[in-house]
Structures are given as structure tokens and as C-alpha cells.
Design a protein around this ligand. Structure first.
Ligand code: NAD
Ligand code: TYD
Length: 340
């Protein structure tokens, strides 16, 4: 049924990548996944615990900047397509330390593109972000025609990668797609991002650090729905096409936080307004009309359904949460919030 059956997934031990690997292994048994991941602070094999011995899943620990390794994997497993999730993904970390964002997000993508070109792969899917478009005021949505105008070191590195992908298509005929999704939430998200951070803090009766006035708007999509969209693009999209992905769920941060507090039965007095993020993008909103119209994709869950599932997942997986916050997380958290 699948057209692309032998797939190299990079960053498949992270949040979205692990959800994608799980979806493919469960729903598309004719596919082989080779999962290349460096296992940074954000990568965790516990995200795929029940699939580590799965016959259609081969995990390789390594860096996407290692071209020789990437080439060997493509040859050994007769890879047809790459789906590149591997990235440094957190805006706040890109402000305190941008260099690794350039290395992984730009040089890493370049390395994968050179392999896709040299090995004549059938498809290269770059998992990008709506943040490459910059910020919106109170009105309007990002379309695929919106000019790239990234504001943070994170989004600048992702935009640079998008330009390289396009250039490899234009110059050497690499068959690519780029997907630009809005903010994801759901199981296995590292508690540095808004929703799992607030759930983790509320569960531990810790203050919830709200940047600025808390009226920044994000367009939330449940991670499984992002994965089904990527699947459609990989299997059905013509090469050279770019797709925005989003669920029309615009929410102000405080609205999301208040919902989490009420579901967990915790008081609003936990909310603490802290110093704003420098250069903070006011609002993101996605027009997903192209992928809906051309590929027939639509999200399966409303925000209310998705957030309930997510909170339940964190409540039922507190061992996972304790495990991921055990290492350097405490010192990261303190350095991030001590001076705010
Ligand atoms: P994540 O930080 O949870 O996971 C990133 C994964 O990449 C980790 O497993 C990490 O170990 C791995 N990795 C990092 N550097 C690597 C390297 N040099 N070589 C190999 N592996 C490396 O990120 P995520 O939230 O799952 O995001 C995945 C992708 O989706 C990213 O490209 C991100 O830009 C994009 N995206 C994320 C969101 C979101 O809301 N989280 C929204 C839109 C797009
Ligand atoms: P985040 O999850 O970091 O995603 P992004 O910045 O890539 O959209 O942040 C989502 C929103 O939540 C953003 O407006 C910043 C805000 N935020 C807080 O107010 N407090 C926090 O502790 C975090 C992590 C984010």
C-alpha cells in the first residue's frame, strides 16, 4: 500500500519523530524504518520502549552531520526516502546557545541532502515549522506563499535548512517536500515546551512561569495528526511541494494554562508572570487549506479532545516524566528561570 517503504527517519527518538515511528510500525507493516538519532537531551529510547526489538525498526545512534554514516545506512538498508525530524527544537535554548542550532539544523540538513542527491533517493521530506514565517498580528494566517521572515535563532536555522532543501531540488533535482506545522502537543513531549512544562510543574505544585502577559497565541495540533499529515506528504505528494499543517486551534497561552490547572484541580495562584522571551513572536496561525484540499488530510481530534488525552497520558506516565527530568533537567530549569 505504501509507495515509499524503506524509510530513514532522523530524530526518531524525539517527541514528534517517536510518535511518527510508532504510527508507521503500528499502521503500515509493509514499511521498514531506520531511525538515526544522536540521543541529545531531547532524545530518549524510552519513547519507543516497546518497539526497540521490532523487526521493522532498526535504531542507529549517530549524528546527521556524519555523512559517511548516513551513506552507509542508505546503502545497507536500501533506503528510498528520508524524513528529517532531527533538530535542535527549542526557541529558548536557541537564544542562550545558538551554535548547535546552526550545526544540527543547517549543517545536518545539508549532509542529508548531499546523501539524498548522491544516492538518488526517491524522496526527501524536511520537517520544518510555521516559525520560519515569523510572527502575525491579530489577523491573518500563514500560507505557503508567505515570505520567510524568521525571528529567533531556532527559526532562522530552520528557514536556512528550507532554503537549502529547495536549492538542492532546483540545482540537482533532489525530489523533496517541506512541511511547516504549527505547535505540536501530545505524549512524549519534553517538559521544556509549554504544555508538558506546565503539566509537570502543576503536578509538583511548582509555579507556572508565564512569559510576559501570557496573551501570545499558538495554533495547536495533536502530534498524531501531524504524523498522519507527514505520511500523506511522503506517500502522495508530488515532489517540490511545500505544505502548511495546522488544526485551526488558536489559543492564548493563558487559556491553555488555565485549562491544564482546572483539569489537574490545581489553583490559579500557581501562575507567575515572568520576564518575557526576547523577540517573542506574538501570534502564529496556519492556513492548512492546501494539504486538506490536495491530499485530503484533516485532523482527527479537536483541541479539547487532544489536551484531555495529553493530560491523561502524563498522569498515567509519571515514570516517564520522572525519568526525563532526572538528568540535567533541574539545572537547566533553574538556569532558565532563576533570573526571570
Ligand atoms: P525534539 O527536540 O523532541 O527531538 C529532536 C530529536 O532529534 C531528538 O531525539 C534528538 O536526539 C535528535 N537530534 C538532535 N540533534 C541531532 C543530530 N545532530 N543528529 C541526529 N539526531 C539529532 O523535537 P520535536 O519537537 O520532536 O521536533 C521534531 C522536528 O519537528 C524538528 O525538526 C522541529 O523543528 C519540527 N517541528 C516541531 C514542532 C513542535 O511543536 N515541537 C512544530 C513544528 C515543527
Ligand atoms: P514553546 O512551547 O517554547 O514553543 P514555541 O516558542 O516554539 O512556540 O512556547 C509556546 C508559548 O508558550 C510561547 O508563546 C512561549 C510560551 N511559554 C511560556 O509562557 N512559559 C514557558 O515556560 C514556556 C516554555 C513557554
Amino acid at each position: 500500500e505504501a509507495v515509499m517503504r524503506r524509510i530513514l527517519v532522523t530524530g526518531g527518538a524525539g517527541f514528534i519523530g517517536s510518535n511518527f515511528v510508532r504510527m508507521v510500525l503500528c499502521e503500515h507493516p509493509d514499511c521498514l524504518i531506520v531511525n538515526l538519532d544522536k540521543l541529545t537531551y531531547a532524545g530518549n529510547l524510552g519513547n519507543l520502549a516497546e518497539f526497540l526489538e521490532h523487526e521493522n525498526h532498526k535504531f542507529v545512534k549517530g549524528d546527521i552531520c556524519d555523512g559517511a554514516l548516513v551513506g552507509r545506512i542508505i546503502d545497507e538498508y536500501e533506503i528510498e526516502a528520508v524524513v528529517n525530524f532531527a533538530a535542535e527544537s527549542h526557541v529558548d535554548r536557541s537564544i542562550t546557545g545558538p551554535k548547535v542550532f546552526v550545526e544540527t539544523n543547517i549543517t545536518g540538513t545539508l549532509t542529508l541532502l548531499e546523501a539524498a542527491r548522491d544516492k538518488k533517493l526517491e524522496r526527501f521530506v524536511q520537517i520544518s515549522t510555521d516559525e520560519v514565517y515569523g510572527a502575525l498580528g491579530p489577523e491573518g494566517k500563514f500560507t505557503e506563499q508567505t515570505a520567510l521572515s524568521p525571528n529567533s535563532p531556532y527559526s532562522a536555522s530552520k528557514a536556512a535548512a528550507d532554503h537549502l532543501v529547495r536549492a538542492f531540488g532546483h540545482t540537482w533535482g533532489v525530489k523533496y517536500n517541506i512541511t511547516r506545522c504549527s505547535n505540536n502537543y501530545g505524549p512524549y513531549q519534553f517538559p521544556e515546551k509549554l504544555i508538558p512544562l506546565m503539566i509537570n510543574n502543576a503536578l509538583n505544585d511548582r509555579e507556572l512561569p508565564v512569559y510576559g502577559d501570557g496573551l501570545y497565541v499558538r495554533d495547536w495540533l495533536y502530534v498524531y495528526d501531524h504524523c498522519t499529515a507527514i505520511w500523506r506528504v511522503l506517500q502522495n505528494a508530488p515532489p517540490g511541494e511545500i505544505y502548511n499543517i495546522g488544526g485551526c486551534n488558536e489559543k492564548a497561552n493563558l487559556e491553555v494554562i488555565n485549562l491544564i490547572l482546572s483539569r489537574l484541580g490545581k489553583p490559579k495562584s500557581l501562575i507567575r508572570h515572568v520576564t518575557d522571551r526576547p523577540g517573542h513572536d506574538r501570534r502564529y496561525a496556519i492556513d492548512a487549506g492546501k494539504i486538506m484540499g490536495e491530499l485530503g488530510w484533516k485532523p482527527s481530534l479537536s483541541f479539547e479532545q487532544g489536551i484531555n488525552k495529553t493530560i491523561d497520558w502524563y498522569l498515567n506516565n509519571q515514570d516517564w516524566l520522572r525519568n526525563v527530568v532526572s538528568g540535567d533537567y533541574q539545572s537547566y530549569y533553574e538556569s532558565m528561570y532563576a533570573n526571570r
